[in-house]
Design a protein. Structure first.
Length: 202
């Protein structure tokens, strides 16, 4: 517990994307957003905070969060309980947006600096929900396919990993077309996802 508390404190004041950036520095003040508790058995591995989460300082306080909680079959009371659910994005800070208004990829500094340390400090994690290709590549390694659709379609491969991983698309509204084109996600993946989430969160 002490190690995780100290690590969380260090991450909360991290400024490597401004002071030692890989490429251009973060264009605004860092505000790391994550949730971690030593007893958590479920990990949500997202991409990076969006504008609303950057403003609130709390993970998934946006429409994506509402859809994600529907997928998981849990309410905010369980989702925001760090003793049950850890929420650790690949990049802790809002990365900014491109010229089209889409969020940029997670900052490249975060995962190498912190992710291995955080996973070691969360020894009870049994299942990782990997949202998007960045999280899938980190948590699944060679089991992540060449593209997100193939990785999610072959989701059962992730259950053989330690900890187990269920790859999912990001719940953003930008993926509505993908969801309509891949109805098997709701029919096949989400029921098993919800069953496992219930087991791990009580």
């Amino acid at each position: 517990m002490t190690a995780l508390r100290e690590l969380s404190r260090a991450i909360s004041v991290c400024r490597i994307c401004r002071e030692s950036p890989h490429g251009r520095p973060l264009p605004h003040e860092p505000r790391p957003v994550f949730q971690a508790g030593a007893k958590a058995r479920l990990l949500i591995a997202g991409q990076a905070p969006g504008t609303r989460v950057h403003a609130s300082g709390r993970p998934f306080t946006d429409p994506s969060g509402e859809r994600l909680r529907q997928w998981l079959g849990i309410g905010p009371d369980v989702f925001y309980d760090p003793a049950k659910v850890a929420v650790i994005p690949m990049g802790f800070c809002f990365p900014g947006q491109d010229e089209r208004g889409a969020d940029l990829p997670p900052r490249r500094e975060c995962a190498p600096a912190w992710r291995g340390l955080l996973m070691a400090a969360l020894p009870r994690i049994e299942l990782v929900i990997a949202l998007g290709a960045h999280a899938q590549k980190w948590h699944m390694g060679a089991a992540a396919r060449g593209n997100l659709t193939d990785t999610v379609r072959n989701w059962r491969e992730g259950l053989t990993l330690e900890p187990a991983v269920i790859p999912m698309p990001h719940p953003s509204w930008r993926n509505n077309a993908w969801l309509k084109s891949n109805p098997w996600l709701v029919a096949d993946v989400i029921p098993e996802l919800q069953r496992r989430v219930r087991e791990l969160t009580g």
